[in-house]
Design a protein around this ligand. Structure first.
Ligand code: HEM
Length: 254
């Protein structure tokens, strides 16, 4: 089973046998850009029905997990509204899965293509901490959007109230004015204030968990499979939509 899916399922207290469903929900939400609006809406409705059933089950059988915590949580002396609870669960499910498996996939893709870096990380596990940050910088998986609040000109670009704009964190991470050798992947880069988790008040709420998952994935993989390369003859596939990462990564082991 995929690590990020298992982590989120455990955290929210959902049955682990449902993890294939989560994969389907995540794919519909983030990679369904070419599907018809009706198909995507049906997929979203399915997700919310699933989450509501989980909320009902947790109300009847409270347990020590994040779903029960959210159901009982109070904000300014009031319980959260049901749609707030379900919306938060949906956000965690979507934000916590696709991002992390994209970052793990991109890190393995890099190591499969760069034997020098792979060998260094096998021989010097202490370097894996800076390597994780560098992979996040160089292959940042997430681009978010914002709605413009009022007419504004920024960097010579005019934006109008109600315009949608993209915040391409991956591009910010390759800004030559912020990073030395911005296009080079340097696994022991020391100064690395990247924006892979966003900036400002909406900065990723799961960044510590994500970093831990990336580190554990790298440790377990490199300790068990130190020798691997890209299987050049097999097709590789990248995601579509606003989260970037490999979706099929054929590698040769040994
Ligand atoms: C490598 C993995 C991850 C990356 C690169 C990532 C990146 C991001 C980015 C760029 C944002 C948006 C920041 C903004 O809009 O300014 C975000 C938001 C968020 N992320 Fe992550 N994320 C990752 C993993 C996770 C995980 C594991 C969780 C939860 C378990 C999570 C939960 C959230 C939540 C709840 C938000 C919304 C925060 C808000 O709007 O206030 N993320 N993430």
């Amino acid at each position: 089973m995929h690590i990020p899916v298992r982590v989120i399922a455990d955290m929210l207290g959902f049955p682990t046998e449902d993890t294939d469903k989560f994969k389907h929900f995540v794919e519909n939400a983030l990679e369904g850009v070419n599907k018809s609006p009706e198909e995507r809406e049906a997929g979203t409705a399915e997700l919310f029905e699933y989450l509501l059933a989980q909320v009902r089950d947790h109300i009847d059988n409270p347990r020590d997990d994040l779903t029960t915590y959210l159901i009982n949580a109070e904000l300014y002396g009031q319980k959260l509204a049901p749609n707030h609870v379900v919306g938060t669960m949906a956000l965690l499910l979507i934000a916590g899965i696709d991002t992390t498996w994209s970052a793990i996939g991109a890190s393995l893709w890099h190591l499969a293509k760069n034997p020098e870096d792979r060998k260094r990380l096998v021989a010097e596990p202490a370097l894996r901490t800076t390597a994780v940050e560098e992979f996040l910088r160089a292959y940042a998986p997430v681009t978010m959007a914002r709605l413009v609040k009022e007419d504004v000109e920024l960097g010579g670009v005019e934006m109008k109230k109600e315009d949608w704009v993209l915040l391409p964190f991956p591009a910010a991470n390759r800004d030559p004015e912020r990073f030395e050798d911005a296009d080079k992947v340097i696994i022991d880069r020391e100064v690395n204030r990247h924006a892979a988790f966003g900036l400002g008040i909406h900065r990723c709420a799961g960044s510590h968990l994500a970093r831990m998952e990336l580190r554990v994935a790298l440790d377990v993989w490199l300790d068990r499979i130190p020798e691997f390369t890209l299987a050049e003859d097999a097709p590789m596939r990248w995601s579509t939509g606003q989260i970037r990462g490999p979706r099929m990564l054929p590698i040769r082991i040994g």
